[in-house]
Design a protein around this ligand. Structure first.
Ligand code: SF4
Ligand code: SF4
Length: 172
């Protein structure tokens, strides 16, 4: 299992062509086969990764919060909801997005609002769920920065014997 964040970022760049081919390869599998396999791999891999020593998502994504999540976040930050909206987030469509990278809630690699962090953060990288193959593009945005996403995708390639097929098609 690869946990080195800079190696993951570098490999993600090297594997761009391979991953585009993998996105197409996945389409042949029904979601009823693929989704439980992804969930299984996620459950095998996630417990071996310590998010507290990583926090790379908090440094590289603008996390989203819904209106109803703001009061608890404001309280955790010791400010009013109005003040929180003005200082820490920007509205976009139906949500509010933290306005800095790293996230303004991050303190020394830990979330200062952990108990009340938004659902978006609780579920990141959100690999489980329906229709993985149709969400693959959004998974790949996480693949380069999240060791869970990276290792699940790489394990999925092995389980589906993709590497052999990709190597063969690259030669021909
Ligand atoms: S709210 Fe907490 S968990 Fe979510 S991005 Fe910010 S620091 Fe990370
Ligand atoms: S969810 Fe992924 S990127 Fe975020 S802290 Fe955990 S391993 Fe790191």
């Amino acid at each position: 299992m690869l946990l080195d964040l800079s190696r993951i970022k570098a490999i993600a760049k090297e594997k761009e062509r391979e991953n585009n081919a993998f996105a197409k390869f996945l389409r042949q599998f029904p979601s009823s086969t693929l989704d439980p396999l992804v969930a299984l791999l996620n459950d095998e891999i996630e417990p071996n990764i310590d998010c507290k020593t990583c926090a790379n998502c908090c440094k590289n994504f603008y996390a989203a919060a819904f209106e109803h999540e703001l009061p608890a976040l404001a309280q955790a930050s010791g400010v009013s909801v109005e003040n929180f909206k003005e200082t820490f987030v920007k509205p976009y469509k139906e949500a509010y997005y933290f306005n800095t990278k790293p996230c303004p809630m991050l303190r020394e690699n830990l979330c200062s609002a952990y108990e009340v962090r938004p659902l978006c953060c609780q579920t990141f990288p959100n690999l489980k769920g329906e229709h993985f193959k149709y969400r693959f593009q959004s998974v790949m945005e996480k693949y380069a920065i999240c060791p869970i996403a990276f290792n699940v995708v790489e394990a999925l390639k092995v389980r589906l014997s993709f590497q052999e097929k990709f190597a063969h098609s690259s030669v021909n």
